[in-house]
Design a binder for this molecule. Structure first.
Ligand code: ADP
Ligand code: ZN
Ligand code: MG
Length: 483
């Protein structure tokens, strides 16, 4: 492509609060029956008045602080007027002039993507179109749910980066516990603005893409749209500023409507709500509630545990597993000297990521659903490291611990699974194997390598997999060469 794609992203996020934005109806995304969570306020009955949800405001400011935003001392709400059947009041309470958060940024792979603002508004209801019917239905359960909107500057330069931005944003929202931000459920809705430019610093006409309900769709739609614009420009045609929808099945964007301007919405200050003042004290209080964020965690896991990037990413993405891992490490720390620690950490990481996650069969790890407590897991790893459990038996033991929650040492004792490393004991088994397998011994002497493997297999079988293979190898070799 001769052109550089320039992208700006807008994300709408439903906040996880007890009640709706301006009334006391429950904010419950799991309500399946239509129009159960409604009242005179969120259905806009004449004479009803809104009251601001403090929790929603705090969660918006918390998000802003986590994304390096400035929080203006005063903010207020505005009315955005438009007519649509899912909008009971005929206007949406939103923010235009003085949003809660301004001028932040989020770093993606070392590049700062500037965030223009984060504001708060209310969600609309939902239209339902029964198949074959000549009418539509409206469900107001969603009307009035707090909806946070984040707008970036046009700083994103590839579809991949747009996707990464959206993914990292979702992770941060989850760490902050401000939203579940599930894209499939519409709790996080992303729009990408796409334009092409030839000259650095000069912006081309943009097209806004809607209906993106997965990260994959964000990337695919952006790539498609950039290609579409590229072809038009190559033919000498102009890009029309418009809103296009993403058709996931066909893999194309489709024109929906030409762009409306802010003045089309006849914005004006919301007369039913007072402006809000945020004192330094309140901002500090909210700041103190921000937990360790993904970026800090990546850095700390590298520094403290010296893990590879891929493992770190699994622990960061899967917060519960990361916390479980850290509990195991602190068990090690309580028992051990430093040199051994990294070895154990690495071993634990491998068993967590490949074996334990495997037992969850693709389901999300959660400590609550894991019967093995961190102390027990730590013991299990220590025993492997000390050579008391072979890696083969380890899998059996883990499976058993996973389904029963019983201690490692218990299982080993009960099933007599402890690894046999004692040379004398192994020699006894080898003697038995030699006496029963004269043919294989002859073959070995004739130089057949696989006869040796066969004999090892026999020893392992008699020991029920418990003999230490390294010891078996060395004792057997010695025996065969000296006999
Ligand atoms: P509008 O007035 O059409 O809503 P804004 O300037 O408010 O446009 O920007 C909306 C979004 O579009 C922002 O995320 C912004 O970064 C992005 N954007 C603005 N201009 C461009 C452009 N030329 N190319 C790509 N994205 C853009
Ligand atoms: Zn209500
Ligand atoms: Mg806009």
């Amino acid at each position: 492509m001769k052109y550089q794609p320039i992208l700006g992203l807008e994300a709408h996020v439903e906040l996880k609060t007890k009640s709706k934005m301006f009334c006391s109806c429950a904010n419950d995304p799991n309500e399946r029956h239509p129009n159960m969570l409604i009242c005179p306020i969120c259905t806009a009955q004449p004479g009803s008045l809104p009251v601001i949800n403090k929790e929603a405001v705090r969660k918006t400011i918390k998000t802003g602080l986590a994304l390096n935003c400035q929080i203006p001392e005063y903010s207020k709400f505005d009315r955005k007027n438009y007519f649509y059947p899912d909008l009971p009041k005929g206007y949406q309470i939103s923010q235009l002039y003085q949003p809660f958060c301004k001028k932040g940024f989020l770093e993606i792979d070392g590049r700062k993507i500037r965030i223009r603002e984060i504001h708060l508004e209310e969600d609309t209801g939902r239209l339902v179109h029964p198949e074959g019917a000549d009418y539509s239905l409206v469900d107001f359960n969603r009307a009035g749910i707090p909806l946070m909107e984040l707008v970036t500057e046009p700083d994103i330069t590839s579809a991949r980066e747009a996707r990464k931005f959206a993914e990292e944003l979702q992770l941060i929202l989850r760490y902050l516990e401000v939203s579940d931000a599930d894209m499939e459920k519409g709790q996080m809705r992303v729009e990408v603005n796409v334009s092409l430019t030839k000259e650095k610093g000069k912006l081309g006409t943009k097209v806004e893409i809607k209906n993106l309900n997965s990260f994959k769709a964000v990337e695919r739609a952006t790539n498609y749209e950039a290609q579409r614009q590229n072809k038009l420009l190559d033919k000498g045609e102009k890009i029309i500023q418009e809103t296009r929808g993403w058709d996931d099945a066909r893999g194309i964007t489709v024109s929906q409507r030409e762009k409306e301007e802010a003045h089309d919405y006849r914005y004006f200050p919301e007369p039913d709500l007072p402006p809000l003042h945020h004192s330094k004290k309140i901002i500090e209080e909210i700041k103190a509630e921000i937990p360790e964020l993904p970026a800090q965690k990546r850095e700390r896991f590298k520094r403290e545990y010296n893990l590879d990037e891929k493992s770190i990413e699994i622990f960061v993405q899967n917060k519960d597993l990361g916390e479980y891992f850290e509990k195991i490490v602190s068990e090690f720390e309580a028992r051990l000297k430093k040199e051994k620690l990294f070895k154990l950490i690495k071993l634990a990481t491998n068993y967590l990521i490949t074996d334990l996650l495997g037992l969850f069969k693709g389901e999300q790890f959660s400590e609550k659903r894991c019967k093995i407590d961190p102390e027990n897991f730590a013991e299990f790893i220590s025993l492997i490291e000390e050579g008391k459990i072979s890696s083969k038996i380890a899998k059996t033991i883990l499976q058993e611990m996973f389904s029963t929650g019983v201690d490692t040492s218990h299982i080993i004792k009960e099933k007599q699974l402890i690894q046999i490393t004692d040379r004398i004991e192994i020699e006894k088994i080898i003697k038995e194997v030699i006496s029963k397998n004269q043919r294989a011994i002859e073959d070995f002497k004739k130089g057949k390598e696989n006869a040796f493997q066969f004999l090892i297999g026999q020893v392992m079988a008699i020991s029920k997999g418990k003999a230490d293979p390294q010891v078996v190898k060395s004792v057997l070799k010695k025996k065969l060469l000296t006999s």
